[in-house]
Design a binder for this molecule. Structure first.
Ligand code: IFM
Length: 464
């Protein structure tokens, strides 16, 4: 019988994906403001300048969370709102916004779960070298301390980074995310500095808010070998996706399969004496963002549109991803058992460290509406139900999974996919910003209110 507290149920968003208001209250430019101006960078040519207008509609979003009955809300703080240049001057109006958000959540009995960095690096820091430069890690620690000074009397649980793999490898190797650089060596340097900045940021938060629990959110995935897959490629993909983050946090080591000069001792390396000791043990909790497993096979030439970019694993022997149906509209395979696998792995590598599923959810076509005009999304309900069952299984076997957050509260700006992918429990009309709950919202609300037990899904997700 598990002695864990009841599973906390929440939803998640991030600043650039929902806030809009990119020129409000002295906000500086971020790498995503600049990247989205690049022709072809975003599938539908859109950007996050308006998004869901959540910066101005905090009251609407809080009302949705209350209606949903969740106990927790995961949002991110935009660094360029707090320090427009990424260093130096602090913009109090930006801090005021998050201060009010935290108060608004607490007043409604909802726990705030801020993430300090969800990909919106102040552009001046990118101009000075970005995450491949050590300086960025030091500036992140300053920023973390500034936010903690303001919110740390009420926020107890913090995340430093969201999915640093995306920042490093989609941003600096594949170049499909901001800042859009295709420099494999820089990606490995960025990865190290992101981890270092997590450790430094945690120290800064705890210096002003001693009782704070500071974690990091990783997008981990089981990596399976297809019959024709090269074992070396499988090991490399696993090392970049999982080991590069877990090994330093758990043991202060770097996977031996990764031989980028940036990670090796020597003049081209960025790992300085003492860095890994600082990173080891620096996660008070680990957030797992889980969507899909990866299957690694030999390239056949017919891999277009599989939803994952092989360039984001620099140095791997040639390989291709082979997702198996059912797929979401992102091209991601649906496999709830992968969530259990990932949770087991983290719990084994970091024994005793509390875990949270900080993102889980799915983009589906959302093209069926009920008589009331609401999106009828049984695929999403089934997806969530199946993955929540995996979480319950993990907890029943003793894994310390404390919270689960649906990605996302509402449809929003899905990075390089623009507004073409919908992950929300709530639809958002792009022209009026009207928020309309989907059927999945009612389902999750019933669950959050304890009115609906977690039982096997009535139907399985449609296949693509
Ligand atoms: O929308 C993203 C989020 O910003 C980070 N995790 C994955 C989500 C879906 O792609």
């Amino acid at each position: 019988m598990s002695s864990l507290p009841p599973l906390g149920l929440g939803t998640a968003t991030s600043a650039y994906q929902v806030e809009g208001a990119v020129r409000a209250d002295g906000r500086g430019r971020s790498v995503w403001d600049v990247f989205t101006e690049r022709p072809g960078a975003v599938k539908d040519g859109s950007d996050g300048s308006v998004a869901c207008d959540s910066y101005a509609r905090v009251a609407d979003d809080l009302a949705l969370l209350v209606e949903l009955g969740v106990t927790a809300y995961r949002f991110s703080v935009a660094w360029p709102r707090v320090q427009p240049a990424g260093r130096g001057q602090v913009e109090q109006r930006g801090l005021d916004h998050y201060d009010a958000m935290v108060d608004g959540l607490l007043a409604r009995g909802i726990r705030p779960f801020p993430t300090l960095y969800h990909w919106d690096l102040p552009q001046p820091l990118e101009d000075a070298g970005g995450w491949p430069a050590r300086e960025t890690a030091l500036r992140f620690a300053d920023y973390a301390g500034i936010v903690a000074e303001r919110l740390g009397d009420r926020v107890t649980t913090w995340a430093t980074h969201n999915e640093p793999w995306c920042t490093a490898f989609l941003g600096y190797a594949a170049g499909v995310f901001a800042p859009g650089r295709r420099e494999p060596g820089s990606a490995y340097a960025a990865a190290h500095h992101l981890l270092l900045s997590h450790a430094l940021g945690r120290e800064a938060v705890r210096a002003v808010a001693g009782a704070a629990e500071v974690g990091i959110v990783l997008n981990l995935a089981p990596v399976h070998r297809e019959p024709d897959g090269d074992p070396a490629a499988v090991a490399h993909v696993d090392a970049v996706q999982n080991g590069l983050w877990l090994d330093p946090l758990a043991r202060g080591t770097i996977p031996q399969t990764l031989t980028s000069p940036a990670l090796l001792p020597g003049p081209r390396g960025v790992v300085l004496p003492g860095d890994l000791e600082r990173v080891r043990g620096s996660a008070d909790w680990v957030g797992v963002n889980y969507y899909t497993p990866f299957r690694v096979g030999a390239p056949t030439g017919a891999e277009a549109g599989v939803g994952q970019d092989v360039d984001a694993y620099p140095g791997a022997a040639p390989f291709a991803f082979r997702p198996r149906p059912p797929l979401t509209t992102m091209g991601w395979e649906v496999d709830p058992s992968g969530l259990l696998t990932v949770l087991e792995r983290v719990a084994t590598e970091l024994p005793g460290v509390p875990l949270r599923v900080t993102e889980n959810g799915a983009a589906f076509p959302d093209d069926v509406r009920g008589a009331d005009g609401r999106v009828d999304d049984p695929d999403r309900i089934a997806y969530l139900q199946q993955h929540l069952a995996a979480v319950e299984q993990a907890r029943a076997s003793g894994l310390p999974v404390l919270d689960y957050f649906v990605w996302s509260l509402m449809d929003n700006f899905e990075w390089a996919q623009g507004y073409t992918q919908t992950f929300g429990l709530v639809s958002v009309a792009r022209t009026t910003q009207q928020r309309t709950p989907k059927r999945s919202f009612a389902w999750y609300a019933a669950l959050a209110r304890g009115a609906q037990p977690l039982s096997p899904p009535a139907s399985s997700p449609r296949t693509k």
